[in-house]
Design a protein around this ligand. Structure first.
Ligand SMILES: C[S@@+](CC[C@H](N)C(=O)[O-])C[C@H]1O[C@@H](n2cnc3c(N)ncnc32)[C@H](O)[C@@H]1O
Length: 391
């Protein structure tokens, strides 16, 4: 059973709904762990040797592997099962969320009546096509549902099922891990103003405010429904965050007004052109000495072609059209035209904060870059990849 959400907008899921969610979690574990391992064995034992015999050389790229695997029944079965499990993650929560949406709105209104943080919406903001034209990761309707809480509630509850408990009860393990990484690795750095870009429901924004209680934390997204939901969510946890409907590629913040700009799983959902514009904005809003911290998919250059092929699945079949281009790109090269210097670029991996003893987390946060061999799997011992830039 997924660990129920622990905040003021949580809804009580009926037993048949919980059973459906349990099934989806089991199916995703089976697909992403067992079937993925079986597919890897099939690749090592049959597909790669057959290709090498035929071509007189091994596979050279992820695309070659993908083309070959398209005709392989194990891949076809894996792919069909994974696509269905993805759709089922959302479907396992949508009816319940939809039937509780008025209750969520009432709770949100009561919670935000005495808000310490704020919500600033901009109905005139033109939403980018990557949000309006895509049901990203097969999420019905995408991120926006103007005028209500639906998209935020679906995302929050759906991610809880999708992540199968790996992200902790507040699905905030990524934010916790990166905020504590910064606190451990840069003890002299004490940010006063932080902004989280592409925050969705702010689940990973909250840990920055908890870890740096003296800081004013802002969280921005182009979609209004997740922000409206996220504002009430954060307030219900007693964490003041300032949510803004704002485009990260054209921020309304003053020049040199931020100490720290962060994002999690944001860049791989926008085009390379918009990533360049985002870095330019980060450079503009950061104070001298300020820091940019990004949690993202690990770059293709650190992986074998098979692992790249494996991760490319999302780009081909999960409505993540920018995923592949982002992983194949060099973040530093995208950031340099903005003004960031190569010597101020650093990469790191962090363990999961909510699954690791604090002393062990602190030790590992100081280790040099290292990658695990379990990319794309649902495991308790995974590490996140990140990169940073100092201005
Ligand atoms: C994968 S979600 C990020 C999830 C979240 N940060 C996390 O930690 O799990 C990507 C978010 O970026 C938002 N987004 C897309 N383009 C944007 C842009 N140009 N400016 C701000 N937000 C954007 C989407 O609306 C969506 O909420």
């Amino acid at each position: 059973m997924p660990e129920p959400l622990q905040h003021g907008l949580k809804i009580d899921h009926a037993r048949d709904s919980v059973a459906r969610q349990d099934f989806v979690i089991g199916l995703r574990r089976y697909v992403l762990n067992d079937l993925a391992e079986a597919m890897r064995r099939r690749y090592d034992d049959q597909v790669a040797p057959a290709f090498a015999r035929r071509q007189g050389r091994p596979f050279e790229s992820q695309d070659e592997i993908h083309r070959e695997m398209l005709g392989n029944t194990t891949f076809q079965f894996y792919s069909a099962a994974r696509y269905n499990a993805q759709e089922m993650s959302w479907r396992s929560v949508i009816p319940e969320v939809a039937s509780h949406i008025d209750e969520i709105a009432q709770k949100a209104a009561a919670i935000t009546g005495t808000a310490q943080g704020s919500l600033t919406l901009d109905p005139s903001l033109e939403l980018p096509r990557n949000v309006t034209e895509l049901d990203v990761h097969l999420m019905p309707g995408g991120y926006e549902s103007r005028g209500d809480y639906l998209a935020g509630a679906v995302y929050d509850n759906g991610l809880t099922v999708f992540s199968a408990g790996l992200l902790g009860p507040h699905i905030d393990d990524i934010g916790q891990s990166f905020a504590h990484y910064v606190a451990e690795r840069f003890p002299e750095f004490s940010p006063r103003r932080i902004v989280d870009c592409g925050c969705t429901v702010g689940h990973n924004s909250v840990p920055w405010a908890q870890t740096f209680p003296g800081a004013q934390v802002h969280a921005i997204d182009v979609a209004s429904a997740p922000l409206r939901y996220g504002h009430a969510r954060a307030e219900s946890m007693g964490v003041p965050i300032h949510f803004h409907q704002m485009d990260a590629t054209s921020m309304a913040f003053e020049d040199e007004s931020m100490d720290l700009v962060v994002s999690a799983q944001f860049l791989h959902e926008v085009s390379l052109k918009d990533i360049r514009r985002y870095f330019a904005e980060c450079y503009r809003v950061l104070k001298p000495g300020g820091m940019l911290i990004t949690m993202e998919l690990a770059p293709a250059r650190y992986m074998q072609p098979y692992d790249c092929f494996y991760l490319d699945w999302d780009a081909y079949y999960n409505r993540e059209p920018y995923y592949r281009a982002f992983r194949n790109a060099d973040a530093l090269e995208l950031a340099r035209p903005a003004g960031f210097a190569a010597e101020n670029f650093f990469e790191f991996t962090v363990p999961q904060y909510t699954k690791t003893e604090p002393a062990e987390f602190a030790r590992q946060a100081r280790l040099d870059l290292s990658f695990d061999n379990y990319c794309g799997q649902l495991r308790d011992d995974m590490r996140y990849y990140g990169f940073g830039l100092r201005k």
